[in-house]
Ligand binder design. Structure first.
Ligand SMILES: NC(=O)c1ccc[n+]([C@@H]2O[C@H](COP(=O)([O-])OP(=O)(O)OC[C@H]3O[C@@H](n4cnc5c(N)ncnc54)[C@H](OP(=O)(O)O)[C@@H]3O)[C@@H](O)[C@H]2O)c1
Length: 251
């Protein structure tokens, strides 16, 4: 499959002819899977709260794609100024951002009655405050026609009872999808993905989660990659949340 951004608008294309996507949370698990898939035909800006030095797989990507790694930590008091400086720097170097995917999150399990304000604030900070601030920073740096994509959860349809603060944060993000779509239109489109189980917190949950779906399997990272590519390449799609859960919500 060729690059998604073959439309006439050359401002969306990086200097080497490949569209560039920013992946916020592109170092681990689903973020890394997306990075490895997109690197086939995109340049990438990958962010992490951690150190990139030991991530040798990024060197592999760099053989085919132009890759820049950044450190964006939701816990850092300098987060906003850091993001703005990084994005201004990329623009000055000629990077044109054709899309962004906000992947970072946290999935803590804790029973109602045991939550303390600090843990609650941390859960909401990474799952809601951080993506909001990233969206705000990226908005003015995305090229015309770009798609901003947010990773949500099928808990929108049925909250995780042992993970209510996570579910509430994702519901907040879901409200951002049509809100940002209206604020950023017509230049930028905004799409959410309400994802079902793909990489379970514990491997032993796989069979149970597969049974609780219509398709009798859990998701694969390639299911998400396909949807991300579809959203990026669909200029008539905005303000919508795609549910990718194998029919989980109908079981
Ligand atoms: N996995 C699933 O089956 C599933 C199902 C439904 C929805 N989702 C959603 O899909 C997204 C990715 O899921 P995942 O399972 O791959 O995520 P995960 O294992 O929960 O990964 C967390 C991500 O958040 C980043 N992160 C952690 N602390 C951070 C901080 N202080 N500042 C900035 N970033 C931080 C991590 O990157 P660094 O440590 O490199 O910073 C990592 O990329 C999440 O939003 C999740 O809610 C996942």
């Amino acid at each position: 499959m060729g690059p998604l951004w073959k439309n006439a608008r050359m401002e969306r294309i990086s200097r080497n002819g490949r569209p560039c996507f920013v992946l916020v949370g592109g170092r681990q698990r689903l973020g890394r899977a997306l990075a490895e898939d997109l690197a086939r035909d995109h340049d990438l800006v990958l962010t992490s709260s951690g150190d990139w030095e030991s991530e040798t797989w990024v060197e592999e990507l760099s053989k085919t794609a132009r890759v820049r790694t950044l450190r964006w930590d939701a816990e850092s008091p300098e987060l906003v100024s850091r993001m703005m400086a990084d994005l201004d720097g990329l623009a000055a170097e000629g990077w044109t951002v054709a899309g962004a995917i906000l992947v970072a999150g946290t999935f803590p399990e804790q029973l109602l009655g045991s939550w303390e304000p600090e843990a609650l604030a941390a859960t909401w900070r990474l799952n809601l405050t951080f993506p909001f601030l990233c969206a705000q920073a990226l908005a003015s740096h995305l090229a015309e026609g770009a798609c901003l994509q947010l990773l949500l959860d099928t808990s929108l349809h049925q909250p995780w009872l042992k993970r209510l603060p996570y579910s509430a944060a994702k519901a907040g993000l879901a409200a951002l999808v049509p809100g940002l779509a209206q604020l950023l239109a017509p230049k930028i489109r905004v799409v959410g993905h309400a994802l079902g189980a793909v990489l379970p917190a514990e491997a032993r949950e796989t069979a149970f989660l597969a049974e609780r779906s219509l398709v009798k399997r859990i998701g694969d990272p390639s299911d998400l990659c396909r949807a991300v590519r579809y959203a990026a390449a669909s200029p008539f799609l905005t303000g919508e949340i795609l549910t990718l859960d194998g029919g989980r919500r109908w079981v």
